[in-house]
Design a protein around this ligand. Sequence first.
Ligand code: VNL
Length: 389
Amino acid sequence: MKTRLLSRLMTLALLCGISGSWAQETFKIGLILPMTGQSASTGKQIEAAARLYMAQNGSTVAGRKIELIVKDDGGVPDATKRIAQELVVNDKVGVLSGFGLTPLALATAPIATQSKTPMVVMAAATSSITEASPFIVRTSFTLPQCAVAMGDWAPKNGIKRVVTLVSDYGPGIDAERYFKERMQLNSAQVVESLRVPLRNPDFAPFLQKVRDLKPDALFVFVPSGAGAAVMKQFLERGMDKAGIKLIGTGDLTDDDQLNDMGDGALGVVTSHHYSAAHPSALNKKFVEAFKKANNGLRPNFMAVGGYDGMRVIYESLKNTKGGQGGGEAMLAAMKGQIFESPRGQIYIDAQTRDVVHNIYLRKVEKKDGQLYNVEFDVIKDMKDPGKSK
Ligand code: VNL
């Protein structure tokens, strides 16, 4: 009898001890990004945005100190996967986040599933990613969202014959397919679909082919960081003078590079979820604070995916009183979040765990001597068109 009481008391003491230390224990967020290699700008933008979010919102949430662990995967899927494993097993992170490219997110998905760790995808944008693990939540965007918007806009604006040029992997193939389907639906055509390699692409031979085909427009998807090279070669070959318009998803006129592309970029129309010129009070504050903290660097859509991803993690921690209930409880608290982002209103669809937001049509214009994607039309609250197939 006595020993029973004693053991009960001991259990109670142990429980109190655990919950006492629980509140003080740091909550670790693993942020895996390409900080080197072809997609280094994506890593830089997202890390800067995550740090800005923490500076603005404090580094203690629901009584837990937040530790951000940033790791460079160099854009190599095997590295992403290995780092994720180490972060889960050794560092005991509560959330995995980042994922600059689709293959990096796909390689890590099984680890999120096995360890029941929420995985916040802040950059990668192939439609199917969220289906690779029930623990994935996305704050970036999807290519079908942008491609469908452009497939509606172009035919209405006299663009009936188009050649597509995309990077030959997940997001490019999504962009190509959804743009083409939408064009056909609108009685317009894609006369040729060209795919360029993701690594070290040479656009020249492809652009020569486009010139010969003489379409009304060339539709382009290349990942963030590659747009300036396409723009340069497009202009060097005098494609614009030959009457071929340049259109695409907003990755092409990426805010990270746009201002250095020169006046040749003026007039290019793209569809995307974020422009640094988005005219909301919240965005103006965001852009200003981001520039101030990063030597004048303009935030791009990657930064916004990272910033919003941190918001989703912070709110989930608040709503679970510091992550009580573990990964599954935190995941549940991420689903259905609705809030104002620098891009406009967004929400995380509770069923698909994917982002729902506005897609804007934008045209490159000069404002105060700088090039910007100026929004002129909007499709509100667009879900990922890839999810209904
Ligand atoms: C992806 C999609 C990457 C869009 C991007 O930039 C981008 C991807 C690095 O899913 O791999 O702009």
